[in-house]
Design a binder for this molecule. Structure first.
Ligand SMILES: NC(=O)c1ccc[n+]([C@@H]2O[C@H](COP(=O)([O-])OP(=O)(O)OC[C@H]3O[C@@H](n4cnc5c(N)ncnc54)[C@H](O)[C@@H]3O)[C@@H](O)[C@H]2O)c1
Length: 378
């Protein structure tokens, strides 16, 4: 019986942001070991990773395609932590070599590319996860289960935002901000910056928590004279007829990766903030609102038991990512052992979720560029 997995990483050199988060999240799971990588397109940066990550030099590659060829049959999955424009070609190569994929979001720069990845993963029967990590938070899973069993009744309104101020300096500087240069350049980020980067997290999270699908939307996307969007306001209509409003900004002075989610139903409401991820405000019609705390009293849905550390000790971003990986690892292990993964094992954002994110940011930009007309979202 297989009990452990090995993985490789593409991207995630010593200076990169998200690769380290993936390695730390995976470090919380003794069942997965990093054994190879193509950590950077720059040879010297790649070389310094071998020692730092305890990976044998012979398994550090200067080209992701060569890595996929050499590691086919040797690794169980690859984590792709590169800028957006690299996702498609790298994910495709690994899938074609029969390797399961965990890829960063937004999945691709084009809808057709995302659909192509979904097609290949399905044809080859491979696991494909997309790191929409916020649905890994225990309290988001709790909200999902409470809504599914009707605790707040029928949803009548959703309000969600993702606010940060990382590009505020762009508005007063001629030069792009160097460490994040690819994000605001269409060559590397495609048609959208803020909506693709942050907005797709919200699109996924609302769908994950409420089960609602977006039918159509209208949007404004402020560029402030730069090449791509930096501040987006969106009105949405869901498949149940309810409306929602989203706001994504990367020029919101002083906002620290704030994700705020408010969901209103006919019988109650739920409110969650990523800056306090272990808490949910739950209001039942006619009663005083209460704060549900991860690991605390009053949570009687199965996800309530998923806490890793006791009530009051903060969990956080790394553990949210680790929770995504836990289910990916459970799924791959079961498949390797000839077992069928359960619904719980399969509770991670999959490739179709990635496709949906790309369609979402295309619809937002299409609306914004056409006088904020309503755009149907498939
Ligand atoms: N899920 C989240 O919460 C979250 C947070 C931050 C970033 N991201 C996503 O993660 C991805 C990477 O973002 P980041 O902030 O870590 O970027 P970054 O610029 O800090 O790091 C990118 C890494 O990819 C490497 N790289 C670039 N081209 C490569 C290639 N051809 N082959 C191999 N390596 C290559 C770089 O050397 C670097 O190690 C993006 O898609 C971003 O949207 C997701």
């Amino acid at each position: 019986m297989v009990k452990e997995l090995t993985y490789g990483m593409v991207g995630g050199d010593l200076r990169a942001l998200i690769g380290e988060c993936h390695r730390k999240a995976l470090g919380l799971d003794p069942r997965a070991k990093l054994v190879c990588g193509c950590f950077s397109a720059v040879d010297e940066l790649n070389d310094e990773c071998a020692g730092a990550y305890h990976v044998d030099k012979s398994r550090v590659y200067y080209d992701a395609e060569k890595m996929a060829e050499a590691e086919a049959g040797n690794i169980d999955f690859v984590s792709i932590c590169t800028p957006n424009f690299v996702h498609y070609s790298v994910a495709k190569t690994f899938l074609e070599h029969g390797i399961n994929v965990v890829c960063e979001k937004p999945l691709t720069l084009k809808v057709e590319e995302a659909e192509d990845l979904a097609r290949i993963a399905k044809e080859k029967n491979l696991v494909f996860a997309v790191d929409y990590c916020y649905s890994g938070y225990v309290m988001c899973k709790v909200m999902r289960q409470m809504i599914a069993r009707g605790d707040i009744g029928d949803i009548i309104s959703v309000n969600a935002d993702y606010m940060e101020g990382c590009f505020l300096d762009l508005l007063s500087e001629k030069e792009q901000i160097n460490s994040r240069i690819w994000r605001t350049d269409p060559k590397y980020s495609g048609i959208s910056n803020t909506c693709a980067d942050d907005g797709t997290h919200v699109e996924h999270l609302v769908n994950y928590v409420t089960g609602l699908k977006i039918k159509r939307l209208l949007a404004t996307a402020d560029t402030f004279g730069k090449k791509l969007d930096l501040n987006d306001n969106i009105i949405l209509e869901y498949d149940n007829g309810a409306h929602g409003a989203y706001w994504f900004s990367q020029v919101a002075c002083g906002s620290p990766n704030e994700i705020n989610l408010r969901i209103y139903g006919t019988k109650g409401s739920l409110e969650w903030h990523q800056t306090r991820p272990d808490e949910v405000r739950f209001a039942r019609k006619g009663e005083a609102a209460q704060t549900l705390c991860r690991g605390g009293d009053g949570i009687d849905v199965p996800a309530g038991s998923l806490s890793r550390v006791p009530f009051g000790h903060p969990e956080g971003y790394y553990i949210a990512i680790a929770n995504i990986y836990k289910n990916v690892i459970d799924t791959i292990l079961k498949l390797k052992n000839g077992e069928t993964p359960t619904e719980e094992d399969l509770d991670f954002p999959d490739v179709e979720t990635g496709v949906s994110g790309v369609k979402f940011y295309y619809a937002v930009i299409e609306s914004a560029q056409n006088n904020s007309k309503w755009v149907d979202v498939e």
